[in-house]
Design a protein around this ligand. Structure first.
Ligand code: GDP
Ligand code: MG
Length: 292
């Protein structure tokens, strides 16, 4: 059934993530004794919620220096302090060029393939046609999974034979999108980590081919699993160094993720979170709105 109030739908999808942090925080913020122990515990709670040490300290200092008189006031100030750390970012997708190129990277299982299909679905709702490039040629099942998802959103998939060169699949997908007049080509990639330098070399080659054909890549989206917490920062850093990430898709926030990773990754890597994944259905990807 359709969700009548999208914001209410999102709140229920995020309920587990919210209770993962909200329980402790809620109890703490009902306190009226704002002593040193209170501020320490507040900082620890934020760190435990994956907000990151630096951003947690900044937020707590920010609230504390405004001298709130009780927990409720501290709660309101904290909300503003956290939102202000997430403000001023350009979270739109940059889709210049025809076709515009979106390269999607990330380690296995983070949600690349499903997120690509969900983005194609969102583009379709906006009357933009997408073509998917199946450049994860490493796993035999990857192509079929992408095709299944593409069928759900009604978009075309360009793939190579199993084991073929990912860069050549990306090239074919770009050329085919150009020929068919598609608006956007979304390129899926492999994410195996056991040979990290090979993966980064391979992604570098895919990016070079796409840049050569298109002139520029509109977006390199890194898909991060929200439940991996601080490990996600390290992952993001290696992808950012190798292929230059322009936006983050933070998935699985409908699970037990604590969500603070959105703040940590933005502050520590200076890369905006553009979308969040809130479920396994085709509509379960939404533009990231910090206030909501
Ligand atoms: P890939 O290896 O990066 O391509 O990851 P997949 O797209 O194959 O996703 C791996 C698993 O995570 C699949 O079972 C997806 O259904 C699941 N998944 C992806 N995004 C989300 C999300 O936002 N929420 C939930 N609950 N599961 C997700
Ligand atoms: Mg995949």
């Amino acid at each position: 059934t359709a969700v009548k109030d999208p914001e209410r739908g999102l709140r229920s999808q995020l309920s587990r993530t919210r209770s993962a942090i909200g329980g402790t925080l809620g109890t703490l913020l009902r306190s009226d004794t704002l002593d040193d122990a209170f501020w320490d515990e507040l900082e620890e709670t934020l760190i435990a919620a994956d907000v990151g040490v630096g951003p947690s300290t900044t937020a707590v200092d920010d609230v504390r220096k405004q001298r709130p008189s009780d927990g409720e006031q501290a709660r309101q100030l904290l909300e503003e302090a956290l939102i202000s750390q997430l403000s001023g970012r350009d979270r739109s997708l940059h889709l210049e060029g025809r076709p515009a190129v979106v390269l999607v990277v990330g380690v296995n299982g983070t949600g690349k393939t499903t997120s690509i299909a969900k983005i194609a679905g969102l583009l379709g709702e906006n009357d933009q046609t997408a073509v998917l490039g199946a450049a994860d040629t490493f796993r035999a099942a990857a192509d079929e999974q992408l095709r299944t998802w593409a069928g759900r959103v009604g978009v075309e998939v360009i793939s190579g034979s199993p084991g073929s060169d990912p860069a050549s699949v990306a090239y074919d997908a770009y050329r085919s999108s150009e020929a068919s007049g598609a608006d956007v080509v979304l390129v899926d990639t492999a994410g195996r980590l056991h040979s990290k330098s090979n993966l980064m070399d391979e992604l570098g080659k895919v990016a070079r081919v796409l840049r050569r054909e298109a002139g520029e890549i509109g977006e390199v989206l890194l898909v991060l699993d929200g439940t991996t917490g601080q490990n996600g920062i390290g992952q993001a850093r290696s992808f950012a160094d190798s292929v230059g990430v322009t936006g983050i898709v933070l998935t699985k926030l409908d699970g037990t993720a604590k969500g603070g990773i959105a703040i940590a990754v933005e502050q520590e890597l200076n890369i905006p979170v553009k979308y969040i994944g809130v479920g396994e259905g085709v509509h379960d990807l939404v533009p990231f709105d910090p206030r909501t």
